[in-house]
Design a protein around this ligand. Sequence first.
Ligand code: GUN
Length: 293
Amino acid sequence: MTAKTIDGKAAAAELRKRVAKQVSELRANYDVQPGLAAILVGDDPASQVYIRNKERQTEEVGMASVGRRLPAETSEGALLSIIEELNHDPTVHGILVQLPLPKQIKSEAVISAISAEKDVDGFHPMNVAALSNGKDGLVPCTPMGCTMLLKDQIGDLTGMEALVIGRSNIVGKPMAQLLLAENCTVTIAHSRTRDLDQKCRNADIVVAAVGIPKLVKGDWIKPGATLIDVGINRVSKNDGSTTYRLVGDIDYEEAVQAAGAITPVPGGVGPMTIACLLQNTVAACKRQTILRD
Ligand code: GUN
């Protein structure tokens, strides 16, 4: 049987519609327009594309977009001053600093300097602690999008065996926390895990976020499992040209034969990440304005 392809583009478009509705309600009922500030330091081409997409979609849902482009040689102190200014700006409800940062700037210092209630990436230590303690906070966007796709596909995740491959602070660790909160039995694997194939064969859910092209093979998949591929790996086309194609961490052509459902790369998790960022910005705006005591 061939797996169902999970359409992340369609799910993200639906979520953006829900965000746009919340934005127009906030504007009509409370005279508040949610605002998102996106800061890019340097000129990394991939980061420039991400930031442009974030800014365009922010405006498309009716929010205010504040873009800050800073030169690659910007000092940590200069970036911290801009963050401080945005922390106190009442028209800005969400602040995002695109990672990675140039090497003279410590990303930990930058993330901690963002006000936790404006940290729409969910990377601030207070938001990390909230997620781990099961308290309300802002949740990292990619794992949030993966969880939405899983719940759309499966419904209640209680009791399912979930394997997360990857242990990054941005995806793997928060993903595992979110699946625990959904009552899954969670295993965290990574590039050094032994017998990964066996762990995979036991999993009802696999979330692959390890950055190794086509690591997960078709004969590792439990029949009917749901597979979420966060990997975006550029590999050469091997046709003599200098162009690249994108592949995930799961061998899609093989896995699609065994799985129940699978996200494609591209068009799976990717579009959900920005839609979740917009949802976090609306949530942050509500907490800073109408829900404030
Ligand atoms: N770089 C890669 N992914 C992300 C993300 O989710 N947020 C930020 N700020 N930078 C990133």
